[in-house]
Structure formats: C-alpha cells, structure tokens
Ligand binder design. Structure first.
Ligand code: NAD
Ligand code: TYD
Length: 339
C-alpha cells in the first residue's frame, strides 16, 4: 500500500509516519509538507534513512503541485494532517487557516477523485463540536453532537469536515473522518500548552495560564491517536466519522501543576494571564463507536504519558532548543542543498 501523509513534518503527522514505518514496514509512505513555521524536517531525519519513505516539500493548496504529485505516485490512501493548528494564531490572523484547512482539503479531495484513491482520511478535531459546560461532567461529544464552533481554527476544521462529507455524498469519494481530543507526546511544537510549559519551567520562566486555569481538555497520548487512525484507514467504514479520546480529562491548572511537580519546580512560576477570547471551557470525547466497531482502546493513561513526555523533552533538548532559536528552519536548505 502507498500512503500519502500530508503535514508529516508536524507533531501528529510525524508520529504517524514513525508508527506506520514501524508497524507496516511493507507500506510506502510519501510525506508532503509545506514546512511552515510548524513543520520541522529534523523530526523526520530518521525516517529519511528508510527506503520506504519519501519527503516532498509542497503546499496542499497548490493545485498544480498536488496534481503532479498524485499523477507521479498512485496513492492508495491519503491521510490529511496538514493544517494550521494553533487556536491563538487563528485569532490573530484567520486567513491562512481558511486557505490551508479548507481550500487545501478541497484540492486533496479533487486529486483523490481524479486519481481514484481507495481512501481519503481527514484528520479532524473534537473542537468542531464547540465546548461543554464545566458543571456538566456527565456530557460528552458523540459523533451525533452538532457542529458548533468557537474559534476561526475550529470553524475552518468544521468547514473542511462538511466538505469531506459533501464529496462523499455527491461524488462517492471513499472518505473517513476522525475527530480527536487534545494530543500530547514527542515532537509537540513548543507553542502548545504542554511543551510550552515544560520548556519554560526548565528555564525557570513564568508559566502563562489563561484565565483561572479551570478549562478542561481530554488529553490523548499521540501514539494512541496514531493507532486509531491506522485502524480507521484499514478497517473503518467509508463515509463514517469516528471520535477518538481516552477519558483523560484534566484542568489546565492540573496539567501545569503536574509538570512543575515532575520537574521539581515551584508553583510560584505560574502566572495567570488574560483569558483567550471565546475560550472553550471543556472538551470530552465519548469513544464508544471506535471502541465497539474497531476494538480501539488507548494504551497510555495521562499520568504515565505525561511522565514519558517530560522525559522525552529532557532527553531531546536539542530538538526543541533548535525550534526556540529558529535553527530548525535552516535544516531543509542544508538537507537538500546538493539534491
Ligand atoms: P502541527 O501544527 O504540529 O503540524 C501541521 C503540519 O502541517 C506542519 O508540519 C506544517 O508545516 C504542515 N502544513 C501547514 N500548512 C500546510 C500546507 N498548506 N501544505 C502542506 N503542509 C502544511 O499540527 P498537529 O498538532 O500535528 O495537527 C495535525 C492535524 O491534527 C491537524 O489537522 C489538526 O487539526 C489535527 N488535530 C490536532 C490535535 C492536537 O492536539 N494537536 C488534536 C486533534 C486534531
Ligand atoms: P492549546 O495547547 O493551545 O490547545 P487547544 O487550544 O487547541 O485546546 O491549549 C490547551 C489549553 O491550554 C487551552 O485551554 C488554552 C490553555 N493555554 C494556556 O492556559 N496557556 C498557554 O500559554 C497556552 C498555549 C494554552
């Protein structure tokens, strides 16, 4: 099988590339990534050594480039991770979110139709469901929960989901969609809560907690997300949406306190800052459908996953220090200078 992984130089896409190369060594993986600020080719350095893996630098919204790629490669499966993914950036400047997350999805689906891929998988997010109130711990997102978005980011992801469903209904494109809760683990870009707090705590810098830190996220170890997508593309039913999450809800304050405790740093580093506009209160996934249909269960509990993640950031300082210094953006030029 030949799989196109878009956005594979980012956090989850890269973890998925490694998951596939390890668990399905017979499959070929082509990664396309525009290497935006969030894409880091250093992350894929090990994959580059594998003859089953190939990297192509291109923008998923560039129709000519995607057509050329699909014509040259004959993909069986497309898994679309490529996206602008940071809510705070979408509040600062929504436009690129619409271009990449919506138009990019459309271009990929047009090519998937034209070149007859057998599965187009859209990596979506639980944020398309909006949020749940903090005082109703009995409520969870199911696949039937109405789409109800809050940020330009979630609105762009929801728009893409609707388009994916339209391409299935109208053109019979064989699609699946997964909607996952917040991920954490290796290669997470240090602008997101967990890696940001680890990096700043290690440098004894203040930790900016939005509002009172009482917002709740449902944290999933990234490898569990990868195993779920792997099951969906191989065994999931065409046209279906699958929620992915593992009942690991924590308030932001609990997450930050756990990181400080694990690193032996004082809580006096916590700095409560002005809340994010439109800040979603609580996300919580009901994974009953993927569990019962595909037998998926998450392997890693938050208390273990956060320890593994902190250890990874301690063991791989150069990876995130290159990001903080900006050096990672020179890597592509170095790698491809003589090719
Ligand atoms: P990320 O920001 O770490 O990585 C995104 C990758 O996409 C980067 O490598 C970037 O260079 C690439 N990219 C951006 N625009 C592109 C374009 N126009 N063409 C080609 N490549 C482009 O994001 P992530 O956290 O790994 O998220 C991956 C996917 O998973 C996204 O679709 C996101 O919406 C979804 N998701 C993320 C989470 C989470 O907690 N991070 C949870 C649920 C769903
Ligand atoms: P984030 O990692 O940006 O993911 P998302 O907004 O997609 O859930 O943020 C996770 C939570 O942490 C969210 O409630 C916002 C909060 N947060 C902070 O309190 N401080 C920060 O510096 C960041 C980046 C996030």
């Amino acid at each position: 099988m030949k799989i196109l992984v878009t956005g594979g130089a980012g956090f989850i896409g890269a973890n998925f590339v490694y998951f596939q190369l390890q668990n399905h060594p017979e499959d070929q993986i082509v990664c396309v990534d525009a290497l935006t600020y969030a894409g880091n080719l250093e992350t894929l350095a090990e994959a580059m050594k594998n003859p089953q893996f190939k990297f192509v630098k291109a923008d998923i919204a560039d129709r000519a480039a995607m057509d050329e790629l699909f014509a040259a490669e004959t993909f069986d499966v497309v898994v679309n991770f490529a996206a602008e993914s940071h809510v705070d950036r979408s509040i600062e400047n929504p436009e690129i979110f619409l271009k990449t997350n919506i138009m990019g999805t459309q271009v990929l689906m047009d090519c998937s139709r034209k070149y007859q891929v057998s599965r187009y998988h859209q990596v979506s997010t639980d944020e398309v469901y909006g949020d749940l109130p903090l005082d109703r711990p009995d409520l969870f997102f199911t696949e039937e929960t109405p789409i109800h978005t809050s940020s330009p980011y979630s609105a762009s992801k929801a728009s893409a989901d609707l388009l994916v469903q339209a391409y299935h209904r109208t053109f019979k494109l064989p699609v699946t969609i997964s909607r996952c809760s917040n991920n954490y683990g290796p290669y997470h870009f240090p602008e997101k809560l967990i890696p940001l707090m680890i990096a700043r705590a290690l440098a004894d810098q203040s930790l900016p907690v939005y509002g009172k830190g009482e917002n709740v996220r449902d944290w999933l170890y990234v490898e569990d997300h990868c195993s779920a997508i792997d099951l969906i593309i191989r065994k999931g039913r065409v046209g279906e949406v699958y929620n992915i999450g593992g009942h690991n809800e924590r308030t932001n304050l609990e997450v930050v306190q756990t990181i400080l405790r694990e690193l032996g740093k004082p809580e006096s580093l916590i700095n409560y800052v002005t809340d994010r506009p439109g800040h979603d209160q609580r996300y919580a996934i009901d994974p009953a459908k993927i569990s019962s249909e595909l037998g998926w269960t998450p392997a890693t509990k938050f208390d273990d996953g956060i320890k593994k993640t902190i250890q990874w950031y301690l063991d791989n300082r150069s990876w995130w220090e290159h990001i903080l210094s900006g050096d990672y953006q020179n890597y592509y030029a170095q790698m491809y200078a003589n090719r």
